[in-house]
Write a protein that binds this ligand. Structure first.
Ligand code: FES
Length: 171
């Protein structure tokens, strides 16, 4: 069965083929994962943060997601470099990232949302690890973080359903 290629624009295709800032940061200040290894749609963000100024000095990613996820993650790492955590939190949204990349096919919007969800999770994790959440950070998860959680829950449910009977734990 042949598959109909998705109508990705040339910017998405270019970043998919030549992603920027791909790979681990060995001495990252914070690392956050979003997505589910069971289905392969997984994204990890590595941030190197200047702890005095709270400026992101370096951002890299690893993605096992699709072209849309790789391309949006790549552009996110470029958009956030040199910004403070507060600026990133308030300015970087999935809409802005999707716009910056020239748009995504409707069925692939969630892949960009997942990338921004991983980024926001990394920032929240940084402050949680330090036990000093700033006043500008809402206690409630952002839309992107909620979407990442929903995708993870869905993937977990699906992987449980697809497990062979003998692997399922007894009732
Ligand atoms: S990241 Fe799963 S379909 Fe794009």
């Amino acid at each position: 069965m042949s598959r109909i290629p998705l109508p990705y624009n040339s910017k998405v295709m270019d970043l998919f083929r030549n992603p920027k800032n791909l790979g681990k940061i060995e001495d990252a200040t914070v690392i956050a994962v979003a997505g589910n290894p069971a289905c392969g749609d997984m994204i990890t963000f590595y941030l190197k943060i200047n702890e005095q100024t709270l400026v992101i000095e370096k951002a890299q990613f690893e993605s096992y997601g699709c072209a849309a996820n790789i391309a949006t993650s790549s552009i996110v790492t470029e958009m956030i470099k040199g910004l403070t955590l507060k600026e990133v939190w308030t300015d970087i949204t999935w809409e802005k990232v999707t716009q910056e990349i020239g748009g995504l096919p409707g069925v692939k919007i969630h892949c960009g949302v997942l990338a921004v969800g991983a980024l926001k999770r990394a920032i929240r994790k940084y402050f949680n690890d330090h036990g000093n959440a700033p006043a500008w950070m809402p206690k409630e998860n952002t839309f992107e973080e909620k979407q990442a959680l929903e995708e993870e829950e869905l993937a977990e449910t699906m992987s449980k359903r697809l497990k062979p009977e003998e692997e399922k734990s007894p009732p």
